[in-house]
Design a binder for this molecule. Structure first.
Ligand SMILES: Cc1cc2nc3c(=O)[nH]c(=O)nc-3n(C[C@H](O)[C@H](O)[C@H](O)COP(=O)(O)OP(=O)(O)OC[C@H]3O[C@@H](n4cnc5c(N)ncnc54)[C@H](O)[C@@H]3O)c2cc1C
Length: 468
């Protein structure tokens, strides 16, 4: 028998689960097909295990870092298998939210199968045939593995295997210096491993170099060996030989060189769905070259973040189910690298803002060195950097510092509501908080005008008038 749901979703990761839950709660018939783990990458091999590992590593780091506060530093005793238990327990604690049971309770029919197209609107999943006018591909991505000689035969780790490893590496060689590589590099270093990161180009290349430099300094201070422009000539086992002949002996090798959209086994051609190695081609409404099929989350290659997967899922619900105008707004995209200090960005960076809006853009900075709460925490570096156009409209903001991923959120709101600097300069934040640095950065947009010669002249005139 052919199933004919209102919506058929392929992939039960961050993107697919939001569509399935939303459509089912709207009373629609929904089929959700998943060939692997419910929850996809974020829950099982990505955000959740990496942040759990980072949290454990921070505890170890704090034990080493008390001296400036008058508390003796101690070298922590790390029970690595127990650390990995903490990672597994964290996944298990969140898993019920993404489980088959929960989705079936919501009314979703979950098929634990591999899906593939057999016609434009028709899929096969195990023994089932599914025909639907709204098919959502949410098949995610997998680690991209560079064509380095010897790597394919090497026992390398990726995000799909590293969280199952229960031996603390004595020397972890990380290939790739983007957010994933650096987050894990710092975490393993703090847990006691020697860590070397090899990056063929430059570290954190998508971020503002003024801010990423602060992160890189901290990593170096903690003993992470960072090698930019390091081209690997070949890999033998867990050793890497660089162009030029230098050989680095590692105990473990982690590949973190980006992501490849997952389209294998889907037979997209059968359904007339165009795709490239960068992902499934979509328009601004996330519709593929087949009118009845949408592609959301990592598989369309636009962004590789859980929050974007969720946002894209909400655009599908608004556009395809409510028939409301719902187009992807690229100006509001935030991202955070969860190193310590964290590095967060939303909207345009300085370079992109200058390219698009010319040299009239105003760049505002507020260092945490001038923030009282940061001082109490002995935070000496980091800053808030914000960009506005000539009329004061906020174009972008970036923060490097403690909890930058939390601190960036007023800027996310401001950019999504197209607010001006005057709004972020005029609310009252509690004292003493790190968040005050954002208000001060926004306020500095007005410093020149507010305390300039014209205003001073005006105020001198006004105070001479009779008091009223
Ligand atoms: C180490 C790491 C850390 C990360 N940290 C963060 C972070 O801190 N914050 C953040 O925002 N993002 C983070 N990400 C990115 C985030 O995990 C992804 O952007 C997100 O998981 C993408 O969700 P998705 O639904 O598009 O895909 P996925 O979560 O990958 O889900 C896709 C699902 O589709 C299934 N599937 C594929 N093909 C088929 C098929 N033919 N039939 C049936 N099922 C199929 C797969 O089995 C999979 O379960 C991190 C990623 C990694 C690797």
């Amino acid at each position: 028998m052919t199933l004919t749901p209102d919506v058929c979703v392929v992939g039960a990761g961050s993107a697919g689960l939001v569509v399935a839950a939303g459509a089912a709660q709207l009373g629609l018939e929904v089929v959700l097909i998943e060939r692997g783990e419910m929850g996809g990458d974020c829950l099982n091999y990505g955000c959740v295990p990496s942040k759990a590992l980072i949290a454990a590593a921070r505890v170890a780091h704090v034990q080493r870092s008390g001296t400036d506060f008058g508390i003796a530093a101690v070298e922590p005793t790390v029970d690595f298998p127990r650390v990995m238990d903490h990672v597994v327990e964290t996944i298990a604690a969140i898993a019920p939210n993404d489980s088959v049971e929960r989705f079936e309770k919501l009314g979703v029919r979950v098929l634990k199968e591999q899906a593939r197209f057999v016609a434009r609107n028709e899929l096969v999943a195990g023994p089932h045939r599914i025909s639907s006018r709204r098919i959502v591909l949410a098949t995610g991505s997998r680690p991209a593995v560079p064509p380095i000689p010897g790597l394919a035969e090497a026992p390398y780790l990726t995000n799909e295997t590293i969280f199952a490893n229960r031996t603390l590496p004595s020397h972890l060689i990380v290939i790739g210096g983007g957010p994933i590589g650096l987050e894990l590099a710092q975490a393993f270093r703090r847990l006691g491993a020697r860590v070397t990161v090899l990056e063929a180009m430059s570290f954190l290349a998508k971020d503002d170099p003024e801010l990423s430099a602060v992160v890189l300094e901290h990593l170096k201070d903690e003993g992470v060996e960072l090698r930019a422009g390091a081209k690997i000539a070949r890999v033998d086992g867990t050793a890497a030989t660089l162009e030029g002949g230098e050989r680095l002996e590692g105990s473990h090798l982690l590949v973190a060189t980006g992501r490849t959209p997952t389209v294998d086994g889907l037979d997209l051609e059968v359904a007339g769905i165009a795709h490239t190695p960068r992902g499934i081609a979509v328009d601004e409404r996330l519709r593929t070259t087949n009118r009845n099929v949408w592609a959301i989350g990592d598989c369309n290659g636009l962004y590789a973040f859980t929050h974007m997967a969720g946002y894209e899922a909400s655009l599908f619900i608004r556009g395809a189910l409510f028939r409301a105008p719902a187009r992807l707004d690229h100006s509001i995209v935030p991202w955070t690298t969860y190193t310590e200090p964290e590095l967060a960005q939303v909207g345009l960076g300085e370079h992109a803002a200058r390219e698009r809006h010319g040299d009239g853009v105003k760049v505002l900075r507020w260092p945490f060195a001038d923030n009282d709460r940061a001082r109490t925490e002995r935070v000496h570096d980091g800053l808030v950097k914000a960009i506005a156009d000539r009329r004061g409209r906020i174009l972008g903001a970036a923060i490097v510092g403690p909890n930058a991923g939390e601190l960036i959120q007023p800027w996310c709101l401001a950019i999504s509501r197209r607010l001006k600097m005057s709004v972020l300069a005029s609310f009252v934040p509690p004292y003493p908080t790190l968040g005050e640095a954002s208000k001060r950065a926004a306020g500095s947009y007005f410093t020149e005008t507010l305390f300039g010669a014209r205003t001073r002249k005006l105020v001198r005139f006004l105070v001479r008038l009779p008091v009223w």
